[in-house]
Design a protein around this ligand. Structure first.
Ligand code: PLP
Length: 479
């Protein structure tokens, strides 16, 4: 399987060659040159498989440059009941992504039972094992530099902890994460994990990462890499649970399913799009946003208008607070009939230096006419909706959900169709967002017993000023 760039001006590469990099050299994102197809016979066979075996079947269609036995070892080591044991009482951890039925035809697919209690573990845990394997093979090392406001940084650290050849330098805003998120990251004892708390905001952290990554000499000398959400391997790993969720919510492969996806960077729902393109019977992909509604606006109107960072709302579903959706270009490539020249034209507009950033408008073009073929629906959710949905889920179904999942459920309810099961992707556990849970329910969210008291564990963190030079010196001394 070869991978091509959405901008069409980079050579086709194998999976392992694009694994450790970010964007393609022409500024585009990598996608398979053609989507592998799943036959009816395969679907029939896959229906009965446990998660790790299903993951291997799906991933071996995308990863053809790792020997099958090695890939099997990596996948088996990733998707274990032990790693995904943080599930609700009474669930079977061996399911990895158990399905909870709220009422007939309405389900939650639990994707947040991994070590950091957010769905990002589903892909990041595999990425950790893939990175270690490829670096060992090539005798190389990497220093991952990132900025986080919570979920991504902890998922990356738990995926890379103790891995040969990998060090992680993770910047977070000093004093701005929740006590729980701080405890999760800063209590890791592993020698290859470095937490740096910056006196500033998340944007200051991100600016430092950009400054260091744009310094080509520094980047090359210290082998600086990233694990951001445009990484194709993350999307590939996320395709698996759409298959798992489909099988869990249906009895036969003649049925169709709708998925509702709390969305930010369009990574999670992009995996659903690819699953549908492979032939999984998905009736509809329901995209849910919070107050940051760039993507809802696109699917309702055909206008893509990324916002300036300063226009981004700070909300109570913070992992969906994005101003532009970095994975959206992958979908746009398919919408453009895989015509890279069209994508280049659209993104020339997106990247044009208008005051609030550019964008493109598909009204009156054949692309907007074609959009319904891709079977997306969308909607938004506000803080008040989020609180009301958390409350309703608790009162009606006895289930506590996190604010992001609440956004998904709120929008899902507006898009149900008779005879089509609706599967809402649960992207985090409520304990990560205790403040909003208290506001909605007037009580503390439940947490897995093993995590009682993690706030009291010793923490390792270096507090630094928002100064790229100082951070680079810190990395240079430890890389
Ligand atoms: C990252 C994240 C999202 C958004 O996912 P995308 O792939 O960026 O669309 C939603 N919910 C939670 C809890 C997250 O951590």
């Amino acid at each position: 399987m070869k991978y091509i760039s959405t901008r069409g001006q980079a050579p086709a590469r194998e999976f392992c060659d694009i694994l450790l990099g970010g964007l393609a050299p022409d500024g585009g994102l990598y996608l398979p040159e053609a989507y592998p197809q799943v036959s009816r016979a395969e679907l029939d066979e896959w229906r009965a498989l446990p998660y790790h075996a299903l993951a291997l079947r799906v991933l071996e269609k995308f990863i053809t440059d790792i020997p099958a036995c090695d890939l099997k070892t990596l996948v088996d080591r990733t998707y274990t009941a032990q790693a995904y044991r943080w599930c609700r009482p009474g669930r079977d951890a061996a399911d990895i992504t158990p399905l909870t039925t709220l009422e007939p035809g309405l389900h939650l697919l639990e994707l947040s039972n991994g070590p950091t209690l957010a769905f990002k573990d589903m892909a990041m845990q595999l990425l950790g094992n893939l990175f270690e394997y490829v670096l060992d093979k090539r005798g190389e090392t990497i220093n991952i530099l990132g900025a986080t406001s919570g979920d991504t940084g902890s998922a990356a650290e738990y995926a890379m902890r103790g891995k040969h050849g990998v060090k992680v330098f993770m910047l977070s805003p000093h004093g701005l994460m929740s006590d729980f998120q701080r405890a999760q990251m800063y209590s890791l004892p592993d020698a290859n994990i470095f937490n740096i708390a910056i006196r500033g905001m998340f944007d200051d952290c991100q600016d430092i990462v950009k400054a260091a990554s744009n310094d080509a000499a520094f980047k090359a000398q210290y082998k600086i890499g990233a694990v951001n959400s445009i990484n194709w391997a993350r999307v590939a790993a996320q395709i698996v649970y759409y298959f798992k969720g489909y099988f869990a919510a249906t009895r036969s492969n003649d049925e169709q399913v709708a998925f509702a996806v709390p969305s930010g960077n369009f990574g999670n729902i992009c995996a659903g799009h690819v699953a549908r393109m492979m032939g999984l019977p998905i009736a509809k992909l329901v995209l849910a946003t919070n107050e940051n509604d760039v993507l809802d606006e696109f699917f309702r109107t055909g206008v893509y208008r990324p916002r300036a960072t300063a226009e981004t709302h700070v909300t109570s579903s913070p992992s969906m607070d994005i101003s532009k959706a970095s994975n959206f270009e992958r979908f746009a490539f398919d919408l453009a009939g895989r015509d890279a020249a069209v994508v280049r034209e659209w993104w020339a507009k997106v990247e044009s230096a208008q005051p609030n950033g550019g964008g493109f408008d598909l009204r009156g073009t054949p692309y907007l006419t074609r959009l319904p073929e891709f079977r997306f629906a969308s909607g938004t959710s506000s803080h008040a909706d989020r609180l009301a949905t958390i409350r309703a889920a608790f009162e009606k179904y006895g289930v506590m959900i996190d604010p992001h999942t609440a956004d998904g459920l709120k929008v899902a309810l507006a898009h149900r169709e008779a005879g089509v099961p609706m599967v809402v992707l649960e992207t985090a556990q409520p304990v990560k967002f205790a403040e909003t849970l208290r506001e909605a329910l007037g009580r503390e969210p439940s947490r897995p017993r093993e995590l009682e008291g993690i706030e009291a564990l010793p923490q390792r963190v270096e507090v630094m000023e928002a100064d790229a030079g100082a951070v680079k010196a810190f990395i240079a001394a430890r890389a």
